[in-house]
Design a protein. Structure first.
Length: 630
């Protein structure tokens, strides 16, 4: 009887433990699936936010290029006097633009009647630009009617549609985003500048993701695909045979959330999958959506490894329960208390980020392979060392102190840092760092978890795009857009601190430059401009801001310089140019002192430049900001 009782007690205890274990792992299973959905959606949204930043950066570049081209002197000259030589200058400028900024598939100038006057076609596949000899009448196209509604200086866009030639869609299908703006001079409209952005090239560059599942699709305001991994899904709003391929048809709940929610970013779980979205304003009056869609099958495949790990873990516990019935109860309770931390540690160390686990004194206890690949340090090299101090060094001492102080009082610190590594390909790495403390039951710090994400390439791309938008291509001086920003900034400083050291503004113009172009050719003209720019950079101070603001026009902002001092420096520059054997020209200069009114100062400098021209050129004239210039 005792044995029977013992047997049934053991069976009852075992079954009870099995039931509890089963109940626990069923709960863990659903929690893990929910966590996977949340994490996958979070990763998808991070990708969409990154893609949005890339699109916004490119949008600013589109606007900048459109403004520069629509205000170029060569286009004004051609619009006022449409000669073959003026047309050739425009085509040469446009050819340089599409060569260096390969986003554009077509640049056009249309007259007020909608007839093409200049058209340049460009293919990014073979980097070949061609000047169209057969021009077309676009007066009946919808986008031209829209362009005529734009005000002077206003930039508009005509969505994304397929390019047409002579009333027929270009084969293979070629999607384009049309950006347009009126070209006007002194209030008179001369025509329209239109830029076609190659959507194929745009999507291939900006929709890239290291994880193929997170490559975004581009959706228009009606739910049709404009960019997708499957090209057969595209342009259902134009091609009747593809109208069924619409996000609203496949995921109506997600589409409802995207179009009605006040939030620009979010995700919806539908049909067992995830639809993450981000509203995108690529150009004015153009509402688009970036989406990442993972169906139920792909979501399951992404979670297979974690679910398999959970199943293996459950099987092992069942074996332990079967083998040690009653003792397993204590083991199970202990494991339950430790399971959440162990899962977090496994997830961190097996994830895509570089992870460091350090003790309460920030000494390394464990790192993963991604950390070694990012920093070049092995686990043996870092063990029991203060890794954050080693990686950041003395150059970033204040940031390091901020990290230590923040995590000692708050839960975590997040920010962008520059790390010194032992990698041969990169001595320094720019990374996003997240350091979080983990407390014991008594409230003391047990250890820290630090994760790093390498953003060096993204920062380098941002810097290249910024420089591209601010530098003049021929001279590598600052361009007019950057000059105007710097002039306003200097004026604000002088307005806020009127007792500060004086600053000056000078405008320079190459004398009789048109003769150089007409007699010696534009190549010689470009050489002269480049040589003048080099002389200016060699002669003026490093602290002077030098910009090319027009064809042969330059501007110099001279901080902490009086008018008398500036006149001496500029006369020295003028004489060096006059005596140079490298350039057959002279320069005229207009000089003024800078105040908080940058518009008036620019006008004063321009008046002084006009006086230099009027009094024989090759001289420096001064117009003070206090002079009566009305």
């Amino acid at each position: 009887m005792q044995r029977k009782y013992t047997f049934f007690s053991l069976v009852g205890t075992t079954l009870t433990l099995f039931f509890l274990v089963s109940l626990y792992y069923v709960q863990e299973y659903y929690e893990m699936k929910s966590a996977i959905v949340r994490q996958t959606a979070k990763d998808a949204i991070h990708q969409l936010i990154y893609s949005e930043r890339e699109y916004e950066s490119l949008r600013d570049q589109f606007v900048s290029v459109t403004e520069l081209l629509s205000h170029s002197r060569s286009l004004f000259d051609y619009a006022n006097q449409p000669s073959a030589s003026n047309k050739a200058i425009v085509e040469e400028v446009w050819g340089s633009v599409v060569k260096n900024q390969r986003w554009y598939s077509q640049l056009r100038f249309l007259d007020n009647n909608g007839v093409e006057k200049i058209r340049l076609d460009h293919s990014h596949l073979d980097s070949i630009s061609t000047i169209a000899t057969t021009l077309q009448d676009k007066s009946q196209r919808d986008y031209f009617s829209y362009a005529r509604t734009l005000k002077n200086e206003q930039i508009g866009s005509w969505g994304i549609d397929l390019e047409m030639e002579n009333g027929q869609y270009v084969q293979p299908y070629t999607p384009a985003l049309r950006i347009m703006t009126p070209v006007s001079s002194e209030g008179e409209r001369l025509g329209y500048l239109m830029l076609n952005v190659d959507v194929w090239y745009l999507a291939s560059r900006l929709n890239y993701s290291p994880d193929n599942d997170f490559r975004p699709s581009l959706i228009n305001h009606n739910g049709f695909y404009l960019a997708n991994k499957n090209p057969n899904f595209l342009f259902g709003h134009i091609l009747s045979e593809r109208k069924e391929y619409n996000l609203a048809n496949y995921y109506p709940a997600a589409w409802q959330a995207m179009t009605t929610s006040e939030q620009d970013t979010g995700y919806v779980v539908e049909k067992g999958g995830i639809v993450a979205y981000k509203k995108l304003g690529l150009m004015p009056n153009t509402t688009l959506y970036l989406t990442v869609v993972l169906d139920q099958h792909r979501l399951f495949e992404r979670s297979t490894e974690q679910l398999r790990s959970l199943k293996q873990e459950a099987t092992l516990v069942f074996i332990l329960v079967l083998a040690f019935a009653v003792p397993a109860t204590w083991a199970l309770l202990y494991y339950r208390n430790r399971s959440i931390e162990s899962q977090l540690a496994r997830a961190a160390l097996s994830g895509m980020s570089a992870v460091l686990i350090s003790d309460r004194y920030h000494r390394a206890m464990m790192i993963n392979d991604e950390f070694t690949q990012l920093t070049g340090f092995s686990e043996d090299q870092l063990r029991m060392k203060n890794v954050i101090k080693l990686l950041m060094g003395d150059d970033h001492f204040e940031t390091m102190l901020e990290i230590f102080e923040t995590v000692s009082h708050d839960e975590l610190w997040e920010g962008e840092v520059t790390l010194s590594t032992t990698r041969k390909d990169h001595g320094q790495v720019i990374a996003l760092m997240r350091t979080q403390r983990v407390l014991s039951k008594v409230g003391r710090v047990s250890y820290y978890i630090t994760s790093l994400v390498d953003i060096s390439e993204r920062k380098e791309l941002e810097n290249r795009l910024r420089i591209l938008s601010e530098k003049d291509e021929l001279t590598q001086l600052w361009n007019r857009r950057k000059f105007e920003i710097e002039l306003r900034k200097t004026a604000r400083i002088l307005e806020r601190y009127p007792e500060a050291q004086p600053s000056c503004l000078a405008l320079l113009d190459i004398d009789y430059f048109k003769r150089v172009n007409d007699d010696l050719g534009h190549d010689e003209g470009d050489r002269v401009i480049s040589q003048i720019s080099a002389i200016m950079m060699d002669t003026l101070r490093d602290t002077d801001f030098i910009a090319r603001i027009g064809g042969e026009e330059f501007a110099v902002i001279m901080p902490q310089t009086s008018v008398a001092e500036a006149e001496i420096a500029l006369n020295r520059l003028r004489i060096i140019v006059e005596m140079s054997e490298q350039v057959p020209v002279t320069i005229s200069i207009g000089l003024t002192d800078l105040t908080g009114d940058n518009t008036r100062c620019y006008k004063c400098a321009d008046i002084a430049l006009y006086e230099s021209k009027a009094h024989g050129r090759n001289r420096v004239s001064i117009c003070h900001s206090s002079d009566d210039i009305a």
